[in-house]
Design a protein around this ligand. Structure first.
Ligand code: ADP
Ligand code: F6P
Length: 320
């Protein structure tokens, strides 16, 4: 049984990270285990920005987006020297194990730390991108998808009023999950994602035909990984000669109060992470598979690439 653990959030923040960290802290305290917070992800580990947490430190945060621990991207931690420095700081506080909440990059860092220093680590997938292998769900992805839908609903009103094409660029450098679920639930005519090839001429032909048949507007959702929304919007405007506007949603989709689903799932994952770590588990990531919490091997989670669900791709095409 571990007697002292720590928690950090790393990489891009996501709504629900607070709920997850809160659950880790309160579960550990419930089990009589000391728990430490590390500020600003791996940067705080290298800088020894580490403090002990009590239950009240995680009060009034479940409803907040962002992360009360802060997060960062830390180049130093990508070197063996940086990781050794971070590890030595953990030892100074008597920390015996770590919960790391972050995206695939953060989990890659976690795997290296565990391999090099043999410290028990449990990961939780925290990213709006929903791109961590082995889990259907990542903390924050539901809230981000709902934020995008809110934007789509508004864009449709104005697009329809003017008979315009709207191109909406959403986040997702290597993964089109957000674009795909937003496209399906927002009724987009086209969804462009990095995982699927597309032909801009075919798309423009399809839009022109739809307008000839009386369509009032057209919504094209693109993941940032396929290229600049502004550039793609220009091409569509040139090729269709239809009035086109582009919106780049940006970091609005990373913030905001977490949805009920994100709060509940993050809380479930946080509890499992703390209990698992305390009882001696290491090198696992907790996630969801078909509605149930599952544990995934950390090594598998960081070496495999998550595929976009082909059912989503098929459905988006049929319904467009
Ligand atoms: P995310 O976790 O959201 O995918 P990043 O990819 O930016 O975000 O990773 C967050 C941090 O995790 C990086 O700034 C770095 O400190 C650490 N990290 C990422 N990849 C590696 C790696 N291959 N080796 C060691 N540390 C890494
Ligand atoms: O990984 C989460 C994410 O929001 C990506 O969708 C996006 O490409 C990236 O982070 C943006 O990161 P930054 O915080 O550097 O703007």
């Amino acid at each position: 049984m571990l007697k002292s653990i720590a928690v950090l959030t790393s990489g891009g923040d996501s709504p629900g990270m607070n709920a997850a960290a809160r659950a880790v802290v309160r579960t550990a305290l419930f089990e009589g285990v000391r728990v430490w917070g590390i500020n600003n992800g791996y940067r705080g580990m290298c800088d020894d920005d580490i403090f002990e947490l009590q239950s009240k430190n995680v009060g009034d945060i479940i409803q907040r987006g962002g992360t009360f621990l802060g997060t960062a991207r830390c180049k130093r931690f990508e070197t063996p020297e940086g990781r050794t420095l971070g590890y030595e700081n953990l030892l100074k506080h008597g920390i015996q194990g770590l919960v790391i909440i972050g995206g695939d990059g953060s989990l890659r860092g976690a795997q290296k730390l565990s391999t090099e220093h043999n410290i028990p680590i449990v990961g939780l997938p925290g990213t709006i991108d929903n791109d961590v292998w082995g889990t259907d769900y990542t903390i924050g992805s539901d809230t981000a998808a709902n934020t995008i839908i809110d934007a789509i609903n508004k864009l449709r009103d104005t697009a329809s009023a003017h008979r315009r094409i709207v191109v909406l660029e959403v986040m997702g450098r290597r993964c089109g999950w957000l674009a795909m679920v937003a496209g399906i639930s927002g009724g987009a005519e086209y969804v462009l994602v990095p995982e699927e090839p597309f032909n801009i001429d075919d798309i423009c032909q399809g839009i022109k035909k739809a307008y000839e048949n009386g369509k009032r507007y057209c919504l094209v959702v693109i993941a940032e990984g396929v290229g600049s929304g502004i550039e793609i919007g220009k091409q569509i405007a040139d090729k269709t000669q239809i009035d086109t506007r582009v919106s780049v949603l940006g970091h609005i989709q990373r913030g905001g109060s977490p949805s009920v689903a994100d709060r509940v799932k993050a809380s479930q994952l946080g509890e499992k992470a703390a209990l698992g770590l305390i009882s001696g588990l290491s090198d696992v990531v907790f996630g969801f598979n078909q509605g149930k919490v599952v544990s995934i091997d950390l090594n598998d989670a960081v070496t495999n690439k998550k595929e976009l669900d082909p059912e989503y791709v098929r459905l988006a095409k049929i319904l467009s």
